[in-house]
Write a protein that binds this ligand. Structure first.
Ligand SMILES: *Cc1c(COP(=O)(O)O)cnc(C)c1O
Length: 391
């Protein structure tokens, strides 16, 4: 039975050109990589927004930690999986995000699972933007709270739904949103969400995975961008994007963090990442805090150059000012063909197709980093425009 079902589903995906494949790559620099055949690529699809994965200081910090403290953490933090610097990193993240305390998880994905599963329970209500990341959707599911999905970025729809779904006695209501939406690259309307959370007595969770190292003068994310420090109850983030490592975290009131340490199963029952991961993230965060202005300036100049170039070439792009640049293609097979053609030219970006996005909304998702040179940006603009004209 299972075999048959799998065959049918894989064949259906293949017929629509929607088969997902793993690409084995080895990075040779912050934005360059090589595949198994030795072909070189310029990468326009990574989340390495500040290019810090190849910063010599970050690499040295990771190597030194592995050398000094071993290759793995050997367990969960509540058992013997001690990485002493993890607590230091938590304090540094909490300070950076203007919160009381932080808790690290193994990935950003696990953080959303751990926070939503840890805090929300059956009877509670979670109001969730329809374009939220899969890890939020899955966290909502395993919490078994009632999930109310509101239209993307639509505060009026959210308010109508808050009115239609009052909290039962003893229940908690959560508002949950991406800070920067991972597929559209737009920024959530934090002032509207804060107004609603206060008016309706909700707890607000913002996932800053694509916002840290991107938004705000200091790169601290959504609250910084909107100049509303302290307004978000639960600031989720990842160490895997701008912070050049792997891991996830939540910043919140100390009581909430203490509670999660005691109750959040993804925190309790999974081995913590390695000392090298923690050391790399700490060094990346240190660089963001001390050299953020330079790095963010470069990221913003590069983002503006690509967005302007695409617009000049008449290529439709979703508006916004983040380095996630969605080139709207429409049909899934055309997105696949463009992706393929650009690969031939040595450019890697992601064709995003259903079910990740709605049918007819397939796109090439181009991400810009601070590490791209102007020549590299102009090269991708030139090649993309040529591929676009050819159909
Ligand atoms: C990437 C991402 C995550 C997952 O983070 P990982 O550390 O890669 O697991 C969570 N939420 C959003 C919005 C993301 O874009």
């Amino acid at each position: 039975m299972l075999h048959q079902r799998i065959e049918t589903e894989l064949a259906a995906a293949a017929a629509e050109g929607l088969t997902r494949r793993v690409t084995d790559l080895r990075f040779t620099g912050a934005v360059t990589a090589r595949d198994r055949q030795g072909r070189e690529y310029l990468v326009f699809s990574s989340n390495n927004y500040l290019g810090l994965t190849f910063d010599p200081r970050v690499r040295r910090a990771a190597a030194a930690a592995a050398e000094a403290f071993g290759s793995g953490s050997t367990g969960a933090r509540l058992t013997t999986g001690g990485v002493m610097e993890a607590s230091d990193l938590e304090q540094e993240l909490a300070a950076f995000k203007h919160g009381e305390a932080a808790l690290l998880f193994n990935t950003g994905y696990m953080t959303n699972l751990g926070v939503l599963y840890g805090l929300a329970r059956p009877g509670d209500l979670i109001f969730s933007d329809e374009l939220n990341h899969a890890s939020i959707i899955d966290g909502c599911r395993i919490s078994r709270a009632t999930v109310v999905v509101y239209r993307h970025g639509d505060a009026a729809d959210l308010e109508a739904k808050l009115q239609a779904h009052p909290a039962p006695p003893g229940a908690v209501r959560f508002l949950v949103t991406d800070g920067v939406f991972s597929m559209d690259g737009d920024v959530c309307d934090l002032p509207a969400l804060v107004r609603l959370k206060e008016a309706y007595g909700c707890l607000l969770l913002v996932d800053d995975a694509h916002a840290v190292g991107v938004l705000g003068r200091d790169g601290a994310g959504t609250a910084s961008y909107w100049d509303l420090p302290g307004a978000i109850d639960l600031q989720v983030g990842t160490l895997s994007k701008s912070l050049a490592s792997v891991g996830g975290y939540v910043v919140a009131r100390r009581k909430i963090i203490d509670y999660l340490k005691n109750k959040s199963r993804p925190f309790i029952f999974s081995t913590f990442p390695s000392p090298a991961d923690t050391a790399a993230a700490r060094e990346a965060l240190r660089i963001l805090r001390t050299e953020g202005e330079t790095l963010l300036g470069r990221l913003r100049r590069n983002t503006a150059r690509i967005r302007q170039g695409l617009s000049d070439a008449g290529i439709p792009v979703l508006p916004g000012d983040t380095p996630i640049v969605p080139v709207m293609v429409g049909a899934a097979d055309r997105a696949t063909a463009l992706d393929f053609r650009l690969r031939e030219e040595g450019i890697l970006l992601s064709a995003i197709r259903p079910p990740t996005v709605a049918p007819g909304a397939s796109r090439l998702r181009l991400t810009v980093t601070a590490a791209h040179t102007e020549a590299q940006l102009d090269f991708v603009l030139d090649r993309l425009a040529a591929a676009w004209r050819q159909g």
